[in-house]
Design a protein around this ligand. Structure first.
Ligand code: DBV
Length: 262
């Protein structure tokens, strides 16, 4: 890890971080899209702290890789490496509201109790067929292929229903060699397939009318507000970096639509 990060688009490498190959793959896949750095305050580009006990401290690194492109308003990876306490890659692509595109979302989380893995192309307007039909038709075969290989993740909150697609891939996997093999043989190719489909949709997307863009913006705001309010990482990030830093990170960086596009 370099001692500081100067730009959000600078390659991000975190020592011993389980999800590094996933981020590397995503960065390489996005490269042809003409990426610009996305403005992020230095304290959110890279933050470190200590957790665990006084006698057995665990070093924590939280870092952000981010950029934008013509069709994608914000692409950002929230990366947490905290040894045995946690290892996380939360990766979200927020499309420009000038294109009828879903969000790309990946939540790859390793905690002492096991891995918690979520992948989806999430709708801004779930009940609008114009927004969802073509995406879901292409997503479902990919979902089915990988879902068969993975254990179910269990129930998710009812209130989250409007924000994920029928292709929401959601699994819990135990720690250890078998879990590692499953991540390598199913989660990694699923991540690649979901991202590849997403980037095809981005390539094909054409500009929409201003009226349509306003509808998409309203849908994106509902989604973003929900994600910020219910962020399951709030507790962990607060333990690691304090409440003030965490709230500013969640509202000002991770789910910043309200702040930047009012
Ligand atoms: N999740 C985030 C961000 C994270 C992050 C920005 C920076 O949105 C990590 C990090 N997710 C994270 C952590 C946990 C989860 C859990 C640390 C574990 C929390 C804990 O157990 O302490 C998918 N992620 C989860 C859960 C779900 C998701 C369903 C379990 C929540 C729970 O059990 O309470 N991601 C979540 C979700 C959507 C998504 C619901 C779609 C709407 O994209």
């Amino acid at each position: 890890m370099s001692p500081s990060r100067l730009s959000s688009l600078e390659p991000l490498t975190i020592d011993h971080w389980r999800w590094q190959p996933f981020l590397d793959h995503a960065c390489a896949a996005l490269e042809p899209f003409g990426l610009q750095p996305y403005p992020i305050e230095p304290e959110f580009l890279l933050q470190t702290s200590e957790t665990g006990s006084k006698s057995k401290p665990i070093h924590v690194t939280t870092a952000t890789w981010a950029c934008s492109s013509r069709k994608l308003r914000q692409i950002r990876a929230a990366c947490v490496e905290a040894g045995s306490a946690a290892s996380v890659l939360n990766f979200v692509v927020n499309p420009s509201t000038s294109y009828d595109l879903p969000f790309f979302g990946a939540d790859l989380v390793t905690l002492p109790a096991g891995h918690l893995l979520a992948l989806d192309l999430q709708p801004a307007l779930k009940t609008d067929a114009q927004h969802t039909k073509a995406v879901w038709e292409r997503l479902m075969p990919i979902f089915e292929r990988w879902q068969q290989r993975l254990p179910g993740g269990g129930p998710i909150p009812e209130e989250a229903q409007p924000y994920f697609s029928p292709g929401f891939l959601w699994t819990r996997i135990p720690l250890g060699d078998e879990g590692d093999a499953l991540i390598e043989e199913a989660v990694k190719p699923a991540f690649r397939d979901y991202l590849e489909l997403y980037l095809q949709l981005v390539q094909e997307a054409e500009e929409v009318s201003q009226e349509r863009s306003a509808e998409l913006l309203a849908g994106q705001k509902r989604y973003t507000t929900y994600r910020a309010e219910k962020d399951p990482a709030r507790g962990m990030l607060t333990r690691f970096h304090g409440s003030e830093w965490t709230e500013e990170y969640i509202h000002g960086v991770l789910f910043d639509l309200d702040k930047n596009r009012t």
